[in-house]
Design a binder for this molecule. Structure first.
Ligand code: DX5
Ligand code: ZN
Length: 222
């Protein structure tokens, strides 16, 4: 069987913001597949990171932009991120109360030719996603409580990834599994084995001496 393609999405949250241009060029040079942009509003999560201004500033770099919205009202702000060249826009299941709102936001993102993802927090059951899996491109499984980089990987994510992998494969859904939080050269093996397609990594990659080698390691060190 052909080996499955694993993508790495490097999280800008762990970069040195004094030198953003240099840091993004380093991410691109290191052959990261995607650039992960964590938008936090200090309300949905207990931290404020950056908003659409930073996404606008990075919009012209030649790399796939993976925007992770950790905000209370994603419907209100989605278009800003779409306009700043999001390739994938992911919002949190927990940030919208009604099924109708979730379906409408998926449609709105797709109508603008952007890929759509839904993320779930560590305590949220994978099964809540069943009504949407057919219509979304990515599920982002949080393996830490969203809000901060540098936290330890929550092992509970492994079972959630396996469960989701099974549902996606059984139904032939065209949906990728992304995992975010505490990914390093040890946890990467476990999540890939469980069925993840895309690995977000911030602290591990920015702390490593050779980002390019570390990205390669995350993908191939199985
Ligand atoms: C956490 C963010 C993550 C974070 C991951 O809320 O969604 O994307 O940057 O960082 P590390 O790899 O340091 O856990
Ligand atoms: Zn993230």
């Amino acid at each position: 069987m052909e080996k499955k393609m694993i993508r790495i999405s490097t999280s800008l949250l762990a970069a040195n913001f004094k030198h953003l241009d240099k840091e993004i060029k380093k991410i691109i040079k290191s052959k990261s597949d995607w650039l992960h942009l964590d938008v936090m509003d200090g309300n949905f999560v207990d931290n404020i990171s950056f908003g659409s201004n930073v996404c606008k500033a990075v919009s012209d770099y030649p790399i796939f932009k993976d925007i992770h919205l950790m905000i209370t009202n994603p419907t209100k702000y989605a278009l800003e991120y779409i306009n700043y060249h999001a390739d994938l826009l992911t919002f949190h299941y927990e940030s919208l109360k009604y099924k109708k709102d979730i379906k409408n936001l998926i449609k709105m993102i797709h109508d603008n030719n952007v890929l759509c993802g839904i993320s779930i927090k560590p305590k949220t059951d994978v099964k809540v996603l069943l009504p949407y899996l057919k219509n979304i491109d990515v599920v982002l499984i949080m393996s830490v409580e969203p809000g901060f980089g540098g936290q330890d990987f929550d092992e509970n994510a492994i079972n959630k990834i396996s469960e989701l992998r099974k549902i996606i494969d059984e139904n032939n859904y065209n949906c990728l599994i992304e995992v975010d939080g505490g990914i390093n050269d040890k946890t990467s093996k476990k999540v890939i084995k469980a069925g993840a397609d895309i690995l977000v990594s911030g602290s591990y990659l920015f702390k490593s001496e050779d980002m390019k080698e570390s990205i390669k390691k995350l993908k191939t060190n199985l």
